[in-house]
Design a protein around this ligand. Structure first.
Ligand SMILES: Nc1ncnc2c1ncn2[C@@H]1O[C@H](COP(=O)(O)OP(=O)(O)OP(=O)(O)O)[C@@H](O)[C@H]1O
Ligand SMILES: [Mg+2]
Length: 275
């Protein structure tokens, strides 16, 4: 089935996507202010960022610079005080909380530093959870899809364990499988290797590289300069602004591709066309 992300009639026929955007992710003059006891704190000061499909982008910068705030704009976990957040055909900043959760569940895989697997569910059940939440795939298909993903991250033999019975690296691999449950085009990771030893961190990084080679777009916050030098582009954040960008001779930049096939070679699930 052709994805609606690419087949809908656009309001602006000159651009690739619905809202006049030509990049898969576009942040336009995004400001984020927090009200604090001491007054208003501006965590993002008018950020502009474009990310193409198939890019692997590292977000780097000191603690408190605004990295998490920035990627929380893209996932819709938080919303801007002003500015626009466009992801494919969706104007994320305009969605209400309920629609954002469903949109995110279907279109973005989110990976955290501390994995955030549910401790009372098995690894397999954790991976199936987003499918249940978004009502993706027929219920009887979900287990097979989840096992396929656990196989991909080399976790199939741990599928029936509780997360605490596996190592940190294994839990992060399970979290990556969970992030891919609904076959999202975009993965966003906040310090995914921050809690792992360097060997395990490298293995996770290799897994991300494979996913990019297979059509995913990844944004990864990292403090690891070595990892940041091995992605397509590193974006440096300081005091709520993007202050530098460095393109690395990494994976070749490719034009926006057709939608990637979904698990098992099936068509990719249809993204929510909320806008
Ligand atoms: N809910 C909030 N209320 C007030 N200030 C906040 C809030 N969330 C974040 N901030 C402030 O915004 C700034 C950016 O925070 P953010 O979490 O994005 O930093 P970061 O770059 O991800 O840091 P770290 O590397 O430590 O994770 C910080 O100064 C932080 O204190
Ligand atoms: Mg952070």
């Amino acid at each position: 089935m052709m994805s609606r992300l690419f087949s809908r009639k656009k309001m602006n026929p000159a651009s690739k996507y619905e809202h006049g955007n030509d990049h898969l992710i576009e942040l336009r003059n995004v400001v984020k202010e927090y009200k604090t006891g001491a007054g208003v704190f501006r965590a993002l000061k008018g950020v502009n960022l474009n990310v193409n499909s198939h890019e692997f982008v590292a977000i780097i910068g000191k603690s408190g610079s605004g990295k998490s705030t920035l990627i929380n704009m893209i996932t819709g976990i938080d919303r801007p005080s002003s500015g626009e957040v466009l992801v494919g055909d969706t104007a994320v900043h305009t969605l209400n909380e309920g629609r954002t959760a469903v949109w995110r569940g279907r279109n973005i895989g989110v990976i955290f530093q501390f994995f955030q697997l549910l401790p009372t569910l098995t690894v397999l059940e954790n991976v199936m959870l987003p499918m249940d939440f978004c009502n993706m795939y027929a219920p009887r298909e979900r287990k097979d899809k989840a096992m396929y993903l656990l196989n991909l991250v080399d976790m199939a033999e741990n599928a029936h364990k509780l997360p605490n019975a596996t190592s940190g690296g294994q839990q992060q691999r399970a979290a990556i499988a969970r992030a891919m449950a609904n076959d999202p085009q975009i993965l966003v990771a906040d310090e995914p290797t921050g809690n792992l030893d360097s060997k395990t961190a490298n293995a996770i990084f290799d897994l991300f590289n494979n996913l990019v080679a297979n059509g995913k777009t990844i944004l990864m916050v990292t403090h690891d300069n070595d990892l940041a030098s091995r992605v397509t582009r590193a974006v440096m954040v300081a005091d709520g602004e993007i202050v530098d960008e460095k393109r690395n001779p990494g994976p070749a930049m490719t034009p926006e591709p057709a939608p990637a096939p979904g698990h098992n070679g099936h068509a990719a699930p249809e993204p929510v066309a909320a806008s």
